[in-house]
Design a binder for this molecule. Structure first.
Ligand code: PEP
Ligand code: MG
Length: 538
């Protein structure tokens, strides 16, 4: 079953993500010009990496520029010349010489080991040139295209240019994987877990429906017209602006999920989830207080006067941060992750809170700060104490472990607000890895057991008179938004690209209608029946 993970429809020709080239098993005779060919392939690779560096954000640019320097390393060139001199053909010489460095780096400590992926990339690109096979990584066919891949690394997705990539289809991937989240933040329609994608060929036209998850190869003229109509209707909905509210004016803040200052949309009510771990990933040690302060300032300054909810480091499982979770674990999703990492390394949390308090002071903003992966009221109390010690005014926790939802009254007694992370709450309620497309049905936010836990948390919020938001992917489903509001949720936080659809959906229902739909949905026995009940009343 393929799954739509980023809304919108698009049609266009397929271009597949290139796979790393493999060397043929029969080694040909070396050619007289092989030394020159190998040197040219490496130089062209360096130039290409520099070109990509210019297009990428500052952090990726640094990595790509360093990789270009590696490709031009004179010692590497010398080794390749020697191998060619011994009769090894160009592609094999490049593969072998880079392989030697690769092994050295892989064994030279964690910092150097991180560069291995860069070396592999150089090897793949230079070898592809020498063999005359398609380049690995993002294609550049010279026209807009639908990117099709078996799977996408977050690094590939981060470099996607939404003006060229019309839509994204992968064979693997789950509905709440970080690749899906990134696609959404770029505003590109995306479908994952699409088994048929394996058979799509370059140039074949497909229609991608990021809402239903359908991917239609070789569409008819009528199907293409329908895509255009949907794009026009979507543009019309996007034109609706202003704060989120129901038809009768009940306010529901529509907030953005962001990973850093560059994701900040101009016209937004606030931020409901700032995933700070993007600052901590791909490094060998935590950013300093000063570094963090500078980034937090960049997020807080333009949002002064608006609500900003910052989540403290959520390391572990799908967000690996080795220095925060140093012990190998058989089940990282059930391991020392999220707030639990602060038991072993309390200074990571303290530094982050200090940096946040300083940035708040610098900008006059009053960020709300919450902890991820809280399971008990005692953990919530512990976090609240440290956060308040650092001068944080509004302290909250995420509800993403069923234990915390079941004891929401006790958790809420310790904090000022909670925010429901439906991605992990679904994962832990259904014992279903959130990254697995094969378990998508269990991870469906319309599952009755998940909605029961959301409803219980919202009721606890109402009893305590404290805000309860939703910041998982469930918040971005325009058909589910009236249900969540009917259950008593005060704010919905989502990828900015989804705000227009959710705003339009809420504007079509009064609060009473939302409550009526929510009651019918809670009475349903399956996710499918829940959807049908909402569609009947909506
Ligand atoms: C969630 O689990 O729903 C959530 C919002 O956090 P993340 O997706 O970053 O784990
Ligand atoms: Mg989570």
């Amino acid at each position: 079953m393929s799954i739509g993970v980023s809304p919108g429809a698009a049609a266009g020709p397929v271009a597949r993500l290139g796979l790393p080239p493999t060397l043929p098993t029969t080694v040909p005779e070396a050619r007289a010009d092989d030394a020159v060919r190998a040197a040219t392939a490496l130089e062209e690779t360096a130039v290409e990496l520099e070109r990509r560096a210019k297009l990428a954000g500052p952090e990726a640019a640094e990595v790509l520029t360093a990789a270009a320097m590696m490709a031009r390393d004179p010692a590497l060139a010398g080794n390749i010349r020697d191998l060619v001199g011994q009769g090894v053909p160009a592609a094999w010489a490049v593969d072998r010489a880079i392989g030697g460095y690769r092994d050295l780096l892989a064994n030279a400590g964690p910092y150097m080991a991180e560069r291995v992926a860069d070396l592999d990339d150089i090897r793949d690109r230079a070898v592809a040139r020498l063999l005359g096979v398609p380049m690995p990584g993002l294609p550049s066919p010279g026209h807009p295209y639908v990117l099709v891949a078996r799977d996408l690394a977050p690094a590939d997705t981060a470099l996607l240019d939404p003006s060229v990539v019309l839509a994204l289809v992968t064979e693997l991937g789950g509905p709440t994987s970080h690749t899906a989240i990134l696609a959404k933040s770029l505003g590109i329609p995306a479908v994952v877990a699409c088994a048929a994608a394996g058979s799509f060929v370059d140039g074949q036209v497909v229609v991608v429906d990021g809402d239903s998850g359908a991917v239609t190869p070789d569409p008819t003229a009528a199907q293409l017209d329908e895509v255009t109509e949907r794009q026009v209707a979507r543009a019309r909905r996007t034109a609706l602006t202003g704060p989120g509210r129901t038809k009768d004016g009940h306010p529901v803040a529509l907030l953005a999920n962001i990973g850093g200052p560059t994701d900040l949309p101009a016209d937004i009510e606030g931020v409901g989830l700032f995933r700070t771990e993007f600052l901590f990933l791909d490094r060998t040690e935590a950013p300093t207080v000063a570094e963090q302060r500078a980034v937090y300032r960049e997020v807080l300054a333009p949002l002064a006067g608006r609500k900003v909810v910052v989540r403290t480091l959520d390391a572990g499982a799908d967000k690996p941060v080795p220095y925060a979770c140093p012990d190998p674990e058989d089940n990282p999703a059930l391991g020392v992750r999220g707030l639990r990492t602060s038991w072993r390394r309390p200074e990571l949390l303290r530094d982050q809170l200090e940096a946040l308090a300083l940035a708040a002071n610098d900008t006059g903003a009053e960020p709300w700060v919450m902890a991820p992966m809280v399971a008990t009221a005692a953990e919530a109390a512990g976090f609240a104490a440290v956060a308040r010690e650092h001068g944080i005014g509004k302290v909250g926790v995420m509800i993403e472990v069923p234990a915390a939802a079941l004891r929401a009254d006790a958790v809420l007694a310790e904090v000022d607000f909670v925010s429901i992370g439906t991605n992990d709450l679904a994962q832990y309620t259904f014992a279903a890895d959130r990254q697995l497309g094969a378990l998508a049905e269990l991870l469906d936010p319309w599952q009755p057991a998940l909605l029961d836990l959301i409803a219980a948390t919202a009721r606890a919020g109402a009893r305590a008179g404290k805000p309860v938001g939703v910041c998982g992917e469930a918040a971005s489903d325009p058909r589910l938004a009236p249900v969540l509001v009917g259950l008593g949720i005060d704010s919905l936080s989502m990828a900015p690209v989804s705000v227009a659809d959710v705003r339009a959906a809420l504007a079509e229902h009064t609060l009473d209608q939302c409550r009526e739909i929510a009651a019918a949905v809670l009475a349903a026995g399956t996710a499918e029946q829940a959807r049908e009940a909402a569609a009947r009343l909506g």
